[in-house]
Design a protein around this ligand. Structure first.
Ligand code: TTP
Ligand code: MG
Length: 242
């Protein structure tokens, strides 16, 4: 079968090791190439936990997570890493140059590919402004760049790997609304054939998603497009109004 990046969660229940109660219950959805699926819900609803199961940071207690029809626990981790890029909620930069940070996991990328990724991630101008450009030093944990710059570098790092599936965990929250909008427009071009799953806080980030999953207390309580949920989902309405 073609490895196009179809993601399927099938009746997934998950509890952290040693925890008594599950943080995710009976989660089912499918995300296909070309689609953007958004996940929204209050803090602690389980959004980060949900994303963590695809790259196998954890495994479900029940149910299955499948990538291109194959349960992820049957795939090589290297194979998953090649096909899936997760931009974590707390993006991490390590001590080294910007280039080192961007090439992380994909050393064969050309400089041009690094700049292309930076352009899409709205990080090109601040890197150009640095005296050493791609060779500029990042301190341990990225403390010498702002939160928004760190987010953009981590988005660029994901783009450099050219994955089939992108997982963005609240990756746009440190950006101002205008940068967020520009970044998502640029991303759309790049990720046209990829599968995109976005966890977001801001409704404006996800109004155009093909499907929005409303997560509450570890369960998908509603799903649909922005327009559909405005009509049908009290939980979604609450989030919109908050
Ligand atoms: P998350 O999955 O982190 O919830 P969230 O991503 O929806 O929240 P936020 O919007 O604030 O990012 O947490 C769900 C539950 O799982 C919560 O009760 C905390 C717990 N949890 C752990 O026990 N260990 C972990 O490593 C994480 C990430 C969460
Ligand atoms: Mg989270």
């Amino acid at each position: 079968a073609a490895l196009t990046g179809v993601v399927e969660y099938r009746n997934v229940t998950f509890a952290y090791p040693g925890a008594e109660s599950p943080v995710l219950s009976n989660i089912s959805f499918t995300a296909r190439p070309g689609q953007t699926i958004a996940i929204i819900g209050s803090t602690g609803a389980g959004k980060t936990s949900l994303l963590s199961l695809l790259p196998r940071l954890y495994d479900p207690v029940e149910g299955q997570v499948l990538l291109d029809g194959v349960p992820v626990d049957k795939l090589d981790r290297a194979e998953i890493t090649k096909r899936v890029a997760l931009v974590p909620q707390r993006p991490y930069l390590f001590s080294g140059t910007i280039e080192h940070n961007l090439r992380f996991g994909k050393t064969e990328a050309t400089d041009q590919e690094l700049w292309d990724a930076l352009r899409v991630a709205q990080g090109e101008s601040f890197v150009r402004e640095k005296k050493n450009g791609l060779g500029a030093r990042i301190s341990q944990g990225g403390t010498n760049v702002s939160g928004g710059q760190r987010q953009r570098l981590c988005i660029a790092r994901a783009l450099v790997t050219k994955p089939r599936v992108y997982l963005f965990d609240d990756s746009f929250s440190a950006l101002d609304v205008a940068t967020d909008a520009r970044l998502r427009t640029a991303l759309k071009g790049i990720t046209r054939d990829a599968t995109v799953i976005i966890v977001a806080q801001r409704i404006s980030t996800i109004t155009e998603a093909d499907q929005i999953l409303v997560l509450d207390n570890g369960r998908i309580v509603d799903r649909g497009t922005h327009e559909e949920l405005l009509e049908t989902s009290p939980t979604y309405q609450e989030i919109v109004e908050s």
